[in-house]
Design a protein. Structure first.
Length: 233
């Protein structure tokens, strides 16, 4: 006995394709959000490793009566350098790598989410191989929740650090990688890593924590951007 074979008609196929298209359209934002969140976590963990590497180097250097490798106004670990006056954050990071202060780390820790890793110092310092802006010149005794590294799609200046009442959710650079105006990733001086969607920055304390910036505390602190990133004046 022959079995009957029922084929899809053209209309039925078109209906199935349309349904699949609708489902994919509904799923795409969720997939995109998951990818972005994973990228933010990876970048944040890289930043955390940088800060932990700095703290580890400082512990080693302290036992030998050597200076700190934080980007201070009078740093000595790579010659005498005022990192608060540096042209860009690449200057500091390149000195960290070159001085071997960050043990077992490469240029890849500064990359991610569409920003490629540099192959050498010259390429790194040319720009667009670094996701991080920094707050240079923090006090050695600055609170652990003081922001230190933050992704370059977030544009602030010294006055934004001083004012803990003004919302920061409009400080994003929508066309700048890694995350445009959607997510800020930052790492605190004590090594804490955070990723925040723009809307949560309406409360500036989500970024500033309990830190203080005035003419006494963190008086030398200065925002130093990644190369090619202009500060919001």
């Amino acid at each position: 006995m022959k079995s009957k074979f029922s084929a899809f008609t053209l209309i039925e196929l078109l209906v199935v394709i349309a349904i699949l298209g609708i489902l994919m359209g509904l799923m795409f934002p969720a997939i995109q959000g998951a990818i972005q969140s994973a990228n933010a976590t990876q970048i944040g963990n890289n930043g955390k490793n940088i800060v932990q590497g700095i703290m580890s180097a400082n512990l080693d250097r302290e036992t030998m009566n050597m200076g700190s490798v934080w980007p201070s106004k009078d740093a000595k670990f790579a010659g005498s350098v005022d990192y608060t006056a540096a042209a860009d954050s690449e200057t500091y990071f390149a000195d960290l790598i070159k001085s071997q202060s960050l043990e077992n780390m490469s240029w890849a820790v500064f990359a991610g989410a569409g920003i490629p890793a540099a192959t050498d110092e010259t390429q790194f310092k040319s720009g667009n191989y670094n996701v991080w802006n920094i707050v240079a010149g923090l006090d050695e005794s600055a609170f652990d929740d003081t922001p230190f590294l933050f992704t370059r799609n977030f544009s602030i200046v010294r006055s934004d650090l001083e004012n803990d009442e003004t919302p920061l959710n409009q400080k994003f650079l929508p066309d700048v990688k890694p995350f445009g105006n959607s997510i800020l990733v930052f790492v605190q001086k004590g090594g804490g890593m955070h990723k925040l969607k723009a809307r949560y920055l309406s409360d500036p304390k989500q970024f500033l924590g309990g830190s203080t910036f005035n003419n006494i505390t963190n008086r030398n602190a200065t925002v130093v951007n990644a190369k090619g990133i202009s500060s919001d004046g």
